[in-house]
Design a protein around this ligand. Structure first.
Ligand code: GDP
Ligand code: MG
Length: 349
């Protein structure tokens, strides 16, 4: 699927023009009230303001006009697809962990205690602490992924989950920020979908001492909307509705994972949105579900480690969303065994 550049350009032009109008209006108002700009400047601002406001108002409503026109031209059908309900059999939880000895035992316990989860796999991303031992002692099967990187850990976990023979794979972190009680929500949505992504931007579900702050929450929301708009459709404004792009907690059907696994190519921290994009490009049904989000145990290694890390990760995600192309040689295959065999050998262990 090609990026919807027309839409992205519309957002850029409309956003810039709206922003400039607001800034000029504010400057003109302040200059008038406090008199801190010289007379010719205030006059100039006044003169620019009206045409600028007219341009902005002229640009903004066009999606509305087009949607109206489309609904008149094609009044009958909103959506060609049909809702399908397919039950889920068994689910395996896959927990990725890099130096998570402090939280991992409790996380594995939590997931093993969930009635929806049949077994737990821990992906130890070559930790230097006792992550491996603690995962095993808690009752998980532990595999070691030597290539450091969030995306590599997720890929390995999904591959192991696929090989474990369950119907669904629940991916989660080993840092205590997510709770197994939310699995039932993800699986409930999965009965109508192929991939269910958690969202951590719902105020009522965010614990007060969680690591998220307004920058990371609003940043996630903004980047999520960009992703949604890249996969625009006229029916409901996007093939998926997203409010978060950084949530590891997600559930996928084994049948769906088989289709996309070979195309998952990102080893770094923006694997999350990458997986959603690959899923959409392979025609999977993706739904977001709000999950609870708790205080982190131990130090963050990802986007929540610092303002700088969050900012850089945000830019990487935006760049990826705007430029990513699915490689044609990695298009889906129908059989799981084949899909695994087609994964580049460097990604198999
Ligand atoms: N950032 C990062 N996380 C990893 C890596 N390998 C495994 N992980 C695990 O991925 C999850 C996400 O990382 P985390 O430090 O929690 O990032 P945060 O959620 O932004 O604070 C944690 O469970 C990590 O232990 C890696 O190489 N980098
Ligand atoms: Mg985390």
């Amino acid at each position: 699927m090609r990026p919807n550049w027309i839409l992205l350009m519309y957002i850029f032009i409309a956003g810039t023009s709206l922003f400039l109008t607001v800034v000029i209006a504010a400057a003109a108002a302040f200059a008038r009230v406090y008199g801190w700009l010289a007379e010719p400047v205030t006059t100039l601002l006044d003169e620019i303001l009206l045409p600028m406001a007219i341009v902005t108002l002229g640009i903004l409503p066009w999606p509305g006009f087009l949607a109206l026109a489309r609904s008149i031209v094609r009044p009958t059908k909103l959506n060609e697809s049909h809702v399908q309900t397919e039950s889920i059999g068994t689910a395996v939880a896959v927990i990725i962990a890099l130096n998570e000895e402090q939280a991992l035992g409790q996380v594995v316990d939590d997931f093993l205690g969930a009635s929806e989860i049949s077994s737990v796999i821990v992906v130890d991303n070559d930790s230097r602490d006792r992550t491996r031992e603690i995962g095993k002692a808690a009752g998980a099967r532990v595999v070691v992924e030597r290539r450091r990187g969030y995306g590599f850990a997720c890929f390995r976990g999904l591959t192991e989950g696929l090989g474990s023979g369950h119907d669904a794979i629940v991916l989660c972190e080993g840092d205590g920020t997510f709770r197994a009680a939310d699995v039932r929500k993800l699986l409930a949505y999965l009965t109508h979908a192929d991939l269910v992504i958690g969202s951590r931007t719902h105020s009522a579900l965010l614990n007060g001492d969680s690591q998220l702050n307004s920058f990371t929450t609003l940043g996630n929301l903004f980047v999520a909307k960009l992703l949604q708009l890249r996969y625009w459709d006229w029916n409901v404004g996007g093939r998926v509705r997203l409010t978060d792009v950084g949530c590891t907690y997600r559930a996928i059907r084994t049948t769906a994972l088989r289709k996309i696994l070979p195309a998952l190519q990102i080893g770094g921290n923006y694997f999350g949105p990458h997986m959603v994009m690959v899923a959409l490009e392979h025609g999977l049904r993706v739904i977001e579900a709000p999950v609870t989000f708790w205080k982190r145990v131990g130090a963050s290694k990802g986007g929540n480690a610092s303002w700088r890390a969050a900012f850089i990760l945000g830019l990487q995600m935006i760049w990826h969303i705007m430029t990513h192309k699915v490689r044609p040689d990695l298009q889906p295959d129908t059989s799981g065994a084949d899909a695994l065999q087609q994964a580049p050998s460097s990604q198999r262990r």
